[in-house]
Design a protein around this ligand. Structure first.
Ligand SMILES: [Zn+2]
Length: 320
């Protein structure tokens, strides 16, 4: 008889392989793997023999109780932050301004396009998670071996998140089309650190009192783009869905010392976003104890979102 984790591993695999529609409204084409951050001009600046490292869920076949199912994995540049989001035509057409030769990664247009792609990737991830958990609940082979109630809660959480994200997607589509300057954004440049990220996250934590059916749309966008000699940090928000705390947070990336920047990045990657990666050469230089501690901190923060309020002075990027 198959072990439950083998059945779950197979379900995860099947959902990944499934064809998913392009997320552009009314487009019926299959999506290809869209890259949140492109290879040419960005990721190619930090690869080692075409490889990068990202945090991935470990293979369900090897899940053990009390262990966090996350690990750092080597992957080819073509797999870096890539999700089945858009069809080939839309992926090419929509993002042309940030793919063409004279692109400007610090422009408002770049900020909105990266943000749009990040929101759509988050939508796809949630859709896949819902599909996966539904299949787990409905698998006869798992009857009596899983806690269906808690899985249903995960599905409900994802469905509510999906509503928020679809609202954000619509706002960004409108902005990209009509350019009404509805967003504020800030860009900062620092000497190069071999990392990359592109994400959206809610500024509210999970305990935030929310009325039934109300949307959680106070979100922050952040993109960390590796150039040849520098990194660009581009962060912002929708002007009608913001708060003093969000504004302050976006401005807090200005003029940081190397150490403060590393502390802030650690905090961001352990509390707010999971869409990030690192070059194998920098990864090798990080202290092993800190890599372990990072995974531990992730576990501790699993139920925590929102803007970090207390610094714990953990620096993942401290080199050995
Ligand atoms: Zn399409």
């Amino acid at each position: 008889m198959k072990k439950p984790q083998n059945i779950i591993a197979q379900i995860i695999k099947n959902v990944k392989k499934k064809n998913w529609n392009c997320l552009v409204n009314d487009c019926e084409k299959n999506s290809i793997n869209s890259h949140l951050i492109q290879q040419n001009g960005l990721l190619s600046n930090i690869t080692v023999k075409g490889h990068l490292i990202e945090l991935k869920m470990s293979d369900a076949n090897r899940w053990r109780k009390e262990e966090i199912p996350y690990e750092f994995k080597h992957l080819g540049i073509r797999q870096a932050l890539s999700y089945k989001v858009f069809c080939n035509e839309h992926d090419t057409e929509i993002f042309e301004p940030i793919e063409k030769a004279d692109k400007d990664f610090e422009s408002y247009e770049a900020f909105t396009l990266f943000s749009y792609r990040a929101v759509c990737a988050e939508i796809r991830k949630k859709m896949m998670s819902i599909e996966q958990h539904n299949r787990i609940i409905n698998a006869n082979t798992l009857d009596g071996k899983i806690d269906k109630e808690s899985i249903q809660l995960v599905i409900n959480g994802n469905e509510s998140g999906l509503k928020d994200l679809n609202f954000l997607k619509e706002k960004l589509e409108k902005e990209i089309e009509s350019k009404e300057d509805k967003y504020s954004y800030f860009t900062y440049k620092y000497p190069k650190i071999d990392i990359y990220a592109s994400a959206v996250f809610s500024a509210n934590d999970l305990d935030y009192p929310k009325e039934d059916g109300a949307l959680d749309v106070k979100n922050i966008y952040i993109h960390i783009l590796p150039l040849e000699e520098e990194i660009i940090i581009s962060t912002g928000y929708h002007n009608e869905h913001t708060s003093d705390e969000i504004k302050e947070w976006c401005k807090s990336w200005d003029n940081l010392s190397q150490e403060d920047l590393e502390l802030k990045l650690t905090e961001l990657f352990s509390r707010n976003i999971e869409n990030w990666g690192i070059s194998p050469s920098l990864f090798e230089k990080l202290k092993n104890e800190n890599k372990k501690k990072y995974i531990e901190v992730l576990k501790k923060n699993a139920s925590y979102f929102g803007i970090a309020k207390n610094k714990d002075h953990f620096n993942l990027f401290e080199t050995a």
